[in-house]
Design a binder for this molecule. Structure first.
Ligand code: ARG
Length: 272
């Protein structure tokens, strides 16, 4: 684990469910409680502040999904690869995040024009090996894996997502310290399951139930041996504890209405 974990968060100043771009938002239009969202976000911020440094970016007006900083782009070393959002509703975030990273001294590297990519929502670094797992099928294009592999000279493994409820890789897949993996297998196609199985031994894979997956248990922020989530069943908590992890639950149901949770609300800034 890097000695100084840092994350980027964005306060939910303008958070709302103002449009529908994923199945979670359906039926939740204009139903998010702003005060409750603010206090749930503050509680998450408090939990993470005890474990890591937190940088903040100001929320953009008219950009209700901007608190989901995981989707800003991909951070590797001092390079930032900005996202290109699939849906027009989020494209206004691109310039704000790119400017922030440029101001912090990151080198900005763009993907080829016309390629959809939703950042660390779909690009997750293995915590044990120099490999990047890349989700595609809903928001990011399959071709991103090849581009990123060439850009960073690392193994990039494309994983096709097959269930629209799990539209970003970080909603159903979470590499953990020590080479453990938390994931929801039914969210992947057969080829993806094969790619995972050939790289992560079964003894290191923790498959969650549908109930846990729907509570966003895979959308976890892992810092060392801590795993911060919205909610986990007692069976899942036991499995994680047996693997050496401590589970910290912090309710984020206001953000589930928009299809996001703990991990989506953060972006790791100190990736090797
Ligand atoms: N409403 C947002 C969207 O659909 C939620 C994003 C959640 N982010 C994530 N990394 N899974 O784009």
């Amino acid at each position: 684990m890097p000695s100084n974990p840092r994350f980027l968060m964005c306060p939910p100043t303008h958070f709302a469910v103002d449009y529908v771009i994923n199945p979670w938002m359906e039926g939740n239009l204009h139903s998010a409680d702003a005060a409750r969202a603010q206090s749930q976000w503050a509680a998450l911020h408090g939990v993470l502040s005890d474990l890591a440094g937190i940088d903040l970016i100001a929320a953009g007006e008219g950009l209700p999904d901007m608190p989901f900083t995981a989707n800003a782009g991909l951070v590797l070393g001092d390079v930032f690869v900005p996202s290109r959002f699939h849906h027009a509703q989020r494209r206004g975030e691109e310039a704000l995040f790119t400017d922030w990273f440029a101001q912090q001294g990151f080198t900005i590297r763009q993907l080829p024009a016309g390629m959809d990519f939703e950042g660390a929502g779909d690009a997750l670094l293995d915590r044990d090996a120099p490999r990047l797992w890349l989700g595609h099928g809903h928001r990011s294009d399959a071709g991103v894996a090849q581009e990123v592999a060439a850009m960073f000279d690392l193994e990039a493994i494309p994983l096709r997502l097959s269930d629209p409820r799990f539209y970003h890789l970080d909603t159903c897949f979470c590499p953990l310290t020590g080479g453990w993996l938390l994931y929801y297998p039914p969210a992947f196609d057969a080829e993806a399951i094969g790619a995972i199985a050939s790289r992560i031994p079964e003894s290191r894979r923790i498959a969650v139930s549908e109930q846990d997956a729907l509570a966003f248990a895979c959308n976890a922020v892992n810092i060392g041996t801590s795993v911060v989530v919205n909610r986990a069943s007692s069976a899942l908590k036991t499995a994680l504890e047996n693997a050496g992890f401590e589970v910290i639950e912090t309710p984020l149901d206001e953000f589930l209405k928009a299809g996001g949770s703990a991990k989506c609300l953060t972006l790791r800034l100190d990736e090797p």
